[in-house]
Write a protein that binds this ligand. Structure first.
Ligand SMILES: NC(=O)c1ccc[n+]([C@@H]2O[C@H](COP(=O)([O-])OP(=O)(O)OC[C@H]3O[C@@H](n4cnc5c(N)ncnc54)[C@H](OP(=O)(O)O)[C@@H]3O)[C@@H](O)[C@H]2O)c1
Length: 284
């Protein structure tokens, strides 16, 4: 198999993409990062930052010049737009690693939820493209808890719905570690990796864990799902339903950890306590 010498990171200024960039830097491959506003990207020295926008696929062509492998984050855009993006990538690169979602189901003809639907619409043209591919399908990110940062900065109480909902939040560095192996070695071609953190913690326990990292006790205060819904008006209604229904389900059936991070990287998945310690400054 050909060697990966140059990687284009799409989503390099994001949570996972930022980690992909910093971990790729340790492998010695050349890194090019795509950003809509390169001057604002603040990426490590040695990373070539180029302009480009997924909503204008033709802007990706120059960014792909000389690139072997692509790491793709699909931001909050319709899945239908992915087809022409994948076409431009497949004409120029050999390999793609997609940050997809555990919401995608392989056992149904039609995806039964809005997040799975978007990501399936990105996966399909990749499957049809002839590219070497790896799909990373993570469960919830620990970075989702950053939504509590304003409340935590303002006091010691976090108000939210479904405090007993327990999930296996992932450290972005672990997702990135799998991505980097998939970009730079051949063992992961054709894999659909279901990724999770190591332990299931309730939302109330997540808040207490952030408090421990900050050195002050934080407590959970339950509010009704209707009140939580009213505070989520920045999300499309179908996503709000999916998120709240998902939390209600996690109260009854806590998320179960997968062993994929350990199996692929050889290192145990980082704990939520580790994540909270790494991100203490984001809550201060
Ligand atoms: N949160 C979860 O629990 C969870 C779970 C499973 C899967 N996921 C999936 O993970 C992905 C998000 O990953 P993340 O949290 O690492 O991302 P993120 O931190 O939200 O960052 C989004 C990135 O996308 C880039 N971007 C936005 N619009 C763009 C455009 N039009 N053209 C080019 N780049 C654009 C941004 O770059 P610039 O602004 O610099 O251009 C930024 O680097 C989503 O696909 C989500 O569905 C999330």
């Amino acid at each position: 198999m050909a060697q990966t010498t140059k990687v284009l990171v799409i989503g390099a200024t994001g949570h996972v993409g930022g980690q992909v960039v910093s971990q790729l830097a340790d492998t010695g491959v050349e890194i090019r990062a795509l950003a809509r506003t390169p001057a604002a990207a603040a990426l490590p020295a040695g990373v070539e930052v180029v302009p480009g926008d997924l909503t204008a696929p033709e802007t990706l062509a120059p960014a792909l010049d000389g690139v072997d492998a692509v790491y793709l984050t699909w931001p909050n855009l319709p899945g239908e737009a992915a087809k022409s993006v994948i076409e431009v990538i497949a004409e120029r690169a050999r390999r793609i690693v997609l940050l997809s979602s555990a919401a995608v189901r392989d056992d149904v003809a039609e995806q039964d939820n809005p997040i799975g639907r978007v990501h399936a619409l990105i996966e399909q043209p990749i499957l049809d493209s002839g590219l070497e591919w790896t799909f990373l399908r993570p469960y919830g990110f620990a970075t989702n808890t950053l939504e509590w940062a304003p409340q935590i900065r303002a006091g010691n109480v976090v108000r939210g719905a479904y405090g007993a909902a327990a999930s296996t939040l992932l450290h972005e560095a672990d997702i990135a570690a799998v991505a980097v192996l998939a970009l730079t070695t051949d063992e992961h071609i054709g894999a659909r990796y279901i990724l999770s953190g190591p332990t299931s913690l309730s939302r109330a326990e997540q808040v207490a864990t952030i408090g421990a990292a900050l050195g002050r006790p934080l407590t959970w205060e339950e509010i009704s799902p209707a009140r939580a819904r009213a505070q989520m008006d920045w999300l499309p209604a179908e996503f709000v339903d999916f998120v709240l229904d998902g939390l209600a389900e996690l109260v009854e059936s806590p998320g179960l950890p997968t062993s994929t991070i350990q199996d692929v990287t050889g290192a145990p998945a980082r704990s939520f306590a580790q994540w909270a310690a790494d991100h203490a400054a984001d809550f201060s």
